[in-house]
Design a binder for this molecule. Structure first.
Ligand code: KG4
Ligand code: ZN
Length: 334
């Protein structure tokens, strides 16, 4: 099963071809055009700008990809239909439907969060054989999900306020660092002491699997108001450590409670090296297998969308032609 995938939910235009054969997943090719440079001056993603750039970039990118993977060689076309920015989703979805209709191929609308959930499998090229607990940390979501088997999702917890990536971005803004804040905070943190400021580990002992990052963000703001506040590098390292501590500890606890042997980590924030290594170390210490998405599949990309679609199309699923985009689409739980 070979699928052409398209992702335009936010500020990356991406096209990929993924091949599924049995339990093996192969990314045949992938292109990502980031729009960060266009949004940086505004301190965040400007939806109208994002939409215009998707319109400009998507068609030449697909045409390029079809040079090496012609439409005749793919079994279907997939695209993110939500969650995301409505008008950005519409560009990719209208394009994908038209392409599939013209080529006489099935199409499938994919949930972006299910894409993130699949991205650790792309990195090792294999679908999981065992139940696992998935931590997805992106700019808009922080989700802890139990996956007893492929396509069965039970929500264990989520953030009650800011998403982990959003907290990184907001703290970066407070510190005067450019957008997007996550990579900038990480860069500063490399020169800092993670034990310099004792920021709160919110909800660590709440007894559930929910998260909260708004109090931590406020603690950074309050600390910054002190005349003798720590240097920026120390604040970044201490903040990053506080976020990683809670994310990692709660994921490991969930895996132990549910008696699963594998934990996965994905979403834009999983690019963060401190989080990745804390996650891997904690899993190893507890005898768990850790699957962490490579950075190229951590941030928004079309390979993860094509991977979900390859598995779902193979099961005979397709989407109706009148399926609309849904900016607030949720993962179907059961
Ligand atoms: O998954 P993603 O690319 O887009 C969404 O679906 O939201 O995630 C973007 C988020 C942003 O908040 C960005 O600051 C964060 O991921 N991020 C990072 C790092 N790289 C990206 N956060 C912390 N450390 C990083 N190295
Ligand atoms: Zn994303």
């Amino acid at each position: 099963m070979r699928v052409l995938g398209i992702e335009t939910s936010c500020d990356e235009t991406s096209v990929a071809v993924v091949d599924k054969s049995g339990g093996t997943l192969t990314v045949v090719s992938q292109e990502i055009a980031s729009q960060i440079e266009h949004h940086r001056a505004f301190g965040g993603v400007v939806p109208e700008l994002a939409t215009r750039h998707h319109l400009l970039r998507l068609d030449p990118m697909v045409k390029d990809m079809l040079q090496t993977s012609p439409l005749a060689s793919v079994d279907g076309v997939a695209v993110t239909v939500g969650p995301g920015l409505a008008t950005s989703l519409l560009v990719g979805t209208s394009y994908a439907k038209s392409l599939a209709l013209a080529a006489g191929k099935p199409w499938l609308g994919v949930n972006h969060m299910e894409g993130h959930l699949f991205s650790p499998f792309l990195s090792r090229g294999l679908l999981p054989e065992r139940p696992h607990v998935a931590l997805i940390v992106s700019g808009g979501h922080t989700l802890l999900i139990h996956v007893p088997e492929l396509f069965h999702y039970q929500l264990l917890g989520s953030t009650l306020d800011d998403a982990a990536g959003e907290a990184f971005d907001k703290v970066a803004k407070m510190l005067g660092l450019p957008y997007p804040g996550g990579p900038e905070v990480e860069k500063q943190a490399r020169q800092g002491n993670p034990a310099a400021v004792d920021f709160p580990r919110s909800m660590l002992d709440s007894g559930d699997f929910n998260f909260s990052f708004s109090g931590l963000k406020t603690s950074v703001r309050v600390h910054l108001q002190k005349p003798d506040h720590a240097p920026v590098a120390d604040i970044c390292a201490s903040f990053q450590q506080a976020v990683a501590d809670v994310l990692v500890k709660k994921t490991i606890r969930a895996a132990k409670k549910l008696k699963v042997g594998t934990v996965t980590l994905s979403g834009g924030v999983s690019c963060n090296k401190a989080l990745r290594s804390a996650f891997e170390k904690a899993a190893n210490d507890k005898g768990l297998e850790a699957l962490v998405a490579e950075p190229i599949y951590s941030t928004d990309n079309a390979a993860m969308i094509a991977a979900v679609a390859a598995c779902r199309l193979e099961r005979g699923e397709t989407s109706p032609w009148d399926l609309d985009v849904n900016p607030n689409l949720r993962l179907a739980l059961r």
